[in-house]
Write a protein that binds this ligand. Structure first.
Ligand SMILES: Cc1cc2nc3c(=O)[nH]c(=O)nc-3n(C[C@H](O)[C@H](O)[C@H](O)COP(=O)(O)OP(=O)(O)OC[C@H]3O[C@@H](n4cnc5c(N)ncnc54)[C@H](O)[C@@H]3O)c2cc1C
Length: 264
């Protein structure tokens, strides 16, 4: 006897932030979910994310608002400067009045803490099955179901499949087949211990310095013990999507002419 399609789980390929958020949303709608993750463990790398009130509203809808707010760092303001002459372009307090107005805070949070909040909530539902070391390699679908095969030839059957398997998605490759779009922006990022971060910039704020074809962002992480620093520039080269080694000289060549204080 075949299983009725409605009793099949929704399969989610990829256990990143997108996959776990989709899994939770599906459980809240009454679906059972199977998450297939290629890595040996469900986990997250990366650094900080700035989250506005709308992001926290989304967490609230998924039932993880309190977890995420509990792990966030609350900044006093956000500020934008001109990177050339240090002119302050704008400054917005993110205080209680801001929270009242938008119904949620503006905060910065480590990416791993966003992922953890979603993972804990998904596990707590008891409705999400996780399969790690399971790389989706092939998909077949008919009118009622979808079958997904992993690298070992194991098949998983579901009523639907969500491809949350990242920028090099196998799911997208099979059904859309378009190449990843490359914007030409190159990003360098670092997490710097407080003692190594310039004292005059140790603001409890999300700060951005904007220059021609380049910008620099910094904000505190994990209670202000660390600072997330991200520099972005529009490359002169024909870039391909991916991660490769860079150099201080390369970054500085894009920040010629900006305030020397901020260029180092
Ligand atoms: C170097 C770098 C730094 C970044 N820094 C930031 C930042 O600081 N702040 C920010 O907001 N955003 C940042 N981003 C962007 C952010 O990473 C992505 O927008 C976000 O991770 C996308 O989430 P996702 O769940 O869709 O995909 P991913 O996070 O890529 O998750 C995809 C998951 O699917 C798994 N997977 C892949 N293929 C398969 C397969 N075939 N079968 C099964 N599982 C599979 C992967 O192992 C992974 O766990 C950064 C991106 C990069 C590349």
């Amino acid at each position: 006897m075949s299983t009725a399609p409605t009793q099949l789980p929704v399969i989610v390929a990829g256990g990143g932030i997108g996959g776990l958020a989709a899994a939770l949303a599906l459980v809240r709608q009454g679906f059972a979910v199977t998450v297939l993750e290629q890595a040996p463990e469900i986990g997250e790398i990366g650094a900080g994310i700035q989250i506005g009130p709308n992001g926290f509203h989304a967490f609230d809808a998924l039932g993880v608002g309190d977890k995420a707010r509990g792990r966030a760092v609350y900044t006093d303001f956000m500020v934008m400067h001109d990177a050339i002459d240090e002119y302050q372009v704008g400054k917005i307090p993110t205080d209680e009045k801001f929270r009242q107005r938008f119904g949620n805070p503006y905060a910065v949070i480590h990416r791993a803490d966003v992922h953890l909040s979603l993972l804990e909530a998904a596990q707590e539902t008891g409705q999400v099955q996780f399969h790690t070391s399971t790389r989706v390699v092939r998909i077949e679908q008919d009118d009622h179901s979808v079958t997904v095969w992993d690298q070992n030839g194991k098949a998983f059957k579901g009523c639907a499949l969500i491809g949350a398997d990242g920028v090099k998605s196998v799911v997208r490759e099979q059904f859309v087949g378009d190449p990843a779009r490359v914007t030409g922006h190159v990003v360098y990022r670092a997490v710097v211990e407080k003692k190594d971060f310039p004292e005059d910039l140790q603001w409890n704020a999300a700060a951005i310095w904007v220059g021609p074809n380049c910008h620099l962002v910094h904000y505190p992480l994990r209670g202000g013990e660390q600072y997330n620093v991200v520099v972005t520039f529009h490359s002169r080269e024909q870039e391909e999507w991916g991660v490769k080694d860079g150099s201080k000289e390369e970054v500085q060549s894009y920040f010629q002419g900006i305030s020397p204080k901020r260029a180092n």
